[in-house]
Design a binder for this molecule. Structure first.
Ligand code: FAD
Length: 505
């Protein structure tokens, strides 16, 4: 007797989307989450009255209004909604040579670039026009209609023939990197640096490492949909997905670490938990990273050796140093919520410690901190390899967090005098609390090295979702991976019915 039709390992956004959609399709689903809180990188946690987003805090199109965000489509399918707070400007880029405000409103954004470089603004508009063609193409077909098996094209040909035809002229553009497109229209060094930075923020790689549709989606959504923050933080997104899962009959088990994926004669049969219990199911979906799934969860003999080797060699991005602060807010009335600080122009933006991301969500949602205080999350890339839990750990932690303080000082001078609460996270913290191999941000696959793996694996009944599958890193992307996986496990007719129910047919 099976314990469920589908077991999902992990409650990251990718896992929750796959699980809740499958529950919506009528399957019995159990999600096993190792941590005490759901959400993976997107979980929220509280300390001394401050509520922090562990990771993501930049979102678009979650609330009302037009949006291509796949997560919104999933929430609609689950009949769940989120209360969101729209804001503009989106934040500030702090370069050593000056601070640049980033507006979602396209004209304001162009005006700000023109203040720095009129010629560059004209070139940037050309880049935007080219990427805009891709974004227009993406609007033709809802992500909720996509699947990752052979039935994808016949399904689209049957239900979206006109849209497919409209996509033909831009098919070539979808294969290009942002760098290649930028080379055709942008020479200005200020604009090139800014575009490289924006690609890096999105994919962890600069313009030549970022595939054009990814950037087209980001630019398009930034200007067309609202940039909005869920009231209650990223945890509110997770809560909505968990509620949606349960509403449609699925189950989430927290503190339930999966030790092994069980396979007999090439077919998945279930999972074994750390407490020794076995859960049976003929479909298992792993939301753990590809490295965790194939190194730890699946015994090596279940995979063809060449496939396993190639999978484990997928290029990996660094981990992070994190700083979570609670500070006194007096005199900071004009503070903006997002900041990116580049400390040194002579170093590459991807050098660990040089580019620091700062999020102050209490600017939009003051309920996330005690009255009169702000909560801050500041982070930068950090290699995993030099980190050990040894006698020098605490000292190294303080030393390596200094660049984060230097970055924060540019936004809030004298910030150390305001601190009420401080918590420093290292790659070891990231690895431990997100259960991610070496605390990695995710795969960094330059487009010339190939594409992200699909949901399917060589083991019958075993699937994967999350940021080590197509289309990659980021909340909308992992939501898309969950959709692709769930749709591949049901008939095209069921998906068409769902699209009709949601009003996307
Ligand atoms: C610091 C930071 C900032 C970011 N900022 C943004 C942003 O602003 N906007 C944006 O869109 N994206 C952002 N991202 C990226 C985005 O958050 C991630 O790409 C996405 O959340 C990853 O989701 P996932 O589905 O791959 O799963 P993960 O978040 O990796 O979750 C996997 C889950 O599986 C569980 N698990 C693993 N192994 C087991 C096991 N053996 N048994 C049981 N459970 C297990 C883990 O505990 C975890 O809960 C950010 C990421 C980070 C780290």
């Amino acid at each position: 007797m099976a314990d469920a039709e589908v077991i999902v390992i992990g409650s990251g956004i990718g896992g929750l989307v796959a699980a809740s959609l499958l529950a919506r399709y009528g399957k019995s689903v159990v999600v096993c989450e190792s941590h005490v809180l759901p959400g993976g990188a997107a979980h929220g946690f509280s300390r001394r009255g401050f509520h922090f987003d562990a990771g993501p805090s930049f979102f678009c199109g979650l609330g009302e209004g037009p949006s291509l965000n796949p997560l919104r489509q999933v929430l609609d399918a689950l009949e769940m909604s989120l209360e969101t707070i729209a804001y503009d400007p989106l934040g500030e880029y702090h370069f050593p040579d000056g601070t640049f405000p980033v507006y979602c409103d396209r004209d304001r954004y162009h005006d700000e670039i023109a203040r720095v470089t009129p010629n560059g603004a004209a070139e940037y508009r050309q880049l935007e026009r080219r990427l805009g063609k891709l974004y227009k193409g993406m609007r033709q077909i809802p992500t909720l209609a996509l699947r990752s098996d052979w039935q994808a094209i016949p399904f689209l040909a049957q239900h979206y023939p006109a849209s497919l035809l409209k996509l033909l002229p831009i098919a070539g553009l979808t294969q290009k990197t942002v760098g290649e497109i930028m080379d055709t229209c942008v020479r200005n060094s200020w604009v090139r640096r800014t575009v490289n930075l924006e690609c890096f923020l999105l994919s962890g790689l600069k313009a030549y490492g970022t595939i054009a549709p990814e950037m087209a989606f980001m630019y398009g959504e930034r200007h067309h949909a609202k940039v909005d923050y869920p009231r209650g933080g990223s945890a509110a997104i997770v809560q909505a997905l968990v509620k949606g899962l349960e509403k449609w009959g699925g189950e989430l088990r927290l503190r339930t670490h999966v030790e092994k994926i069980l396979v007999e004669s090439g077919q998945v049969t279930g999972v074994r938990l750390r407490n020794g219990e076995t859960l049976k199911a003929s479909i298992v979906i792993s939301n753990a990273t590809i490295w965790d799934t194939y190194r730890k969860l699946l015994s090596s003999h279940h995979l063809p050796p060449a496939y396993r080797k190639e999978a484990l060699e997928l290029p990996r991005l660094n981990s992070f140093m994190h700083l979570y602060l609670g500070i006194r807010a007096q005199g900071l009335e004009d503070l903006r919520g997002h900041h990116v600080v580049v400390l040194d122009n002579t170093m590459d933006i991807n050098v660990p410690g040089n580019t620091c991301m700062v999020s102050i969500p209490t600017v939009w949602d003051p309920s996330l901190a005690p009255e009169g205080y702000h909560g801050i999350h500041c982070y930068t890339l950090e290699p995993y390899k030099s980190w050990k839990l040894d006698a020098q750990y605490e000292e190294r932690k303080q030393r390596r967090s200094q660049s984060l303080y230097r970055a924060l000082d540019k936004i809030i001078p004298g910030i150390r005098d305001r601190i009420e609460f401080e918590m420093v996270g290292t790659p070891i913290t990231h690895e431990r609390f997100l259960r991610r191999y070496q605390g990695t941000y995710g795969p960094g696959i330059p487009p010339i090295q190939g594409i992200f793996p699909l949901n399917q694996t060589p083991v019958s009944g075993l699937y994967r979702v999350g940021d080590t599958t197509m289309p990659g890193i980021g909340v909308p992307a992992v939501a898309a991976s969950g959709i692709l996986c769930a749709n591949s496990l049901v008939s095209p007719q069921q998906t068409w019915q769902l699209l009709q129910d949601v009003g996307l047919a």
